[in-house]
Ligand binder design. Sequence first.
Ligand SMILES: CC(C)(COP(=O)(O)OP(=O)(O)OC[C@H]1O[C@@H](n2cnc3c(N)ncnc32)[C@H](O)[C@@H]1OP(=O)(O)O)[C@@H](O)C(=O)NCCC(=O)NCCS
Length: 191
Amino acid sequence: MALIENGDIGNHQSFGVKIRFSKDEDVDSMLSIYMQHIRRGLDHDSASHIDFPQIDDLKRRRKNMQKHRLPHLVAEISKTIVGYAYAVPFRKRPAYRYVLKHSIYVHQDYLHMGVGRQLMPELINLCAAAGYRQIIGYIDSTNHASISLHEAFGFHQAGYLKGIGYKYGNWTDSIIMQRSLGMGDKSSPSN
Ligand SMILES: CC(C)(COP(=O)(O)OP(=O)(O)OC[C@H]1O[C@@H](n2cnc3c(N)ncnc32)[C@H](O)[C@@H]1OP(=O)(O)O)[C@@H](O)C(=O)NCCC(=O)NCCS
C-alpha cells in the first residue's frame, strides 16, 4: 500500500479551514472536541460507568496509526483545532486488510460551517491512495448531520443495528454507512 507522509496535505483554505496531518501537540484539542460530543450524548449515570480516553492513550494511538500509514487529520482555523478525522482497520483478521472504519468530529462552536465537508474528502482520498478499498462508519440513527454528511460524500446505508446503544434511558439504533474507495471490489488489490 502507498505510504502516507507526515506534514501538510495541501491548500484547503476555503472558509479559512486548513486540513493537515495531526501532531502530538494536537491531542489535547482533539480530546476536548471528543469529550464535548460524548458528554452531550450521555446522561450522568452512563458517564459515570465510562473510562474516558486519556491524553497518553490518544498519543499512543496516533503513533500506532502513523506506523500503519493510516490518515489522522486535523482541521485548523487560525491555528485553532476545530475538528479531526481518522481511519483505523475495520478488523484485525487479514481478510479485512483493505477495509477501514473511520471517525470524524467537529468542535461544537464550529458546527455546520463546512469543516466536516473539508475533512471528509481528504480522509477518503488518503485512504484510497493508501490502497484501501472500503470505508465504514457507524452512526447513531438520530444523527442527521452525520448521516447527511456521509451521504454527501458517497456513503450508503449498508446495515441497521437495532437497540445497540443506551442513552438517556432509551435504547438507540445505529446505521452502518459504507463507501468504496478507488476500484472498490471491481478489481483485485495490487499488493
Ligand atoms: C457530523 C459532523 C462531523 C458534521 O460536521 P460539520 O462541520 O458540522 O458539517 P459541514 O458544515 O461540513 O456540513 C456538511 C454537510 O453535513 C450535513 N450537516 C451538517 N450539519 C448538519 C445539521 N445540523 N443538520 C443536517 N445536516 C447537517 C449537511 O449535509 C451539510 O451539507 P450542507 O452544508 O450543504 O447542508 C459534526 O456534526 C459532528 O462533529 N458531529 C458530532 C460527532 C459525530 O457525530 N461524528 C460522526 C460520527 S461517525
